[in-house]
Design a protein around this ligand. Structure first.
Ligand code: FEO
Length: 170
């Protein structure tokens, strides 16, 4: 069983993961609107990853005999000024998610629930990857001032990204 405090905290995180999915879909839609289909694909795949993050936690709460309570999702931002501003906001968002995962882990440790601690380690590691990937993208966009042929080259590269279910989930 989960303590009430841990169940509430896990439910809050499920909401944040679903919001992440929603936010990245809005970013994908923005890129579709300016015809950068590679970036649109990148955020579409990112949204699928967030759905996976949310569902992995959703299923875990049930496995632990807990109860999932879905909450309303905030409206994501839909308009952006440039490609680089989207990527910078995505990085900011991932840093916020890392912070929330760390706080969730702090609660699990305080509640002395080893199964939750073990479960959350996957998210701790995943956040390192999430931040690193977007940080690299921000750096590349800054190198090319976020425009021109460089932007189109990165857009073409991002078209190749596909969603694969993490091995740990099988
Ligand atoms: Fe589920 Fe991108 O953090």
């Amino acid at each position: 069983m989960l303590t009430q405090k841990l169940q509430d905290a896990l439910n809050e995180q499920i909401n944040r993961e679903f919001f992440s999915e929603y936010l990245y879909l809005a970013m994908s839609a923005y890129f579709e609107s300016i015809e950068l289909e590679g970036f649109a694909n990148y955020f579409n795949v990112q949204a699928q990853e967030e759905h996976f993050h949310a569902m992995k936690m959703f299923n875990f709460v049930h496995d632990k005999g807990g109860r999932v309570f879905l909450k309303a999702l905030d409206q994501p931002k839909n308009e952006y000024g440039s490609a680089i501003s989207v990527i910078e906001e995505a990085l900011e968002h991932e840093r916020h998610i890392t912070d929330s995962i760390n706080k969730l882990m702090d609660i699990a440790i305080k509640e002395n629930d080893h199964s939750v601690i073990s479960f959350l380690k996957w998210y701790v590691d995943e956040q390192v990857e999430e931040e690193a990937t977007i940080t690299r993208l921000v750096a590349k966009l800054k190198m090319i001032n976020g425009e021109g042929l460089g932007l189109l080259t990165i857009d073409t590269e991002l078209l190749a990204r596909t969603f694969t279910v993490p091995v740990e989930a099988n």
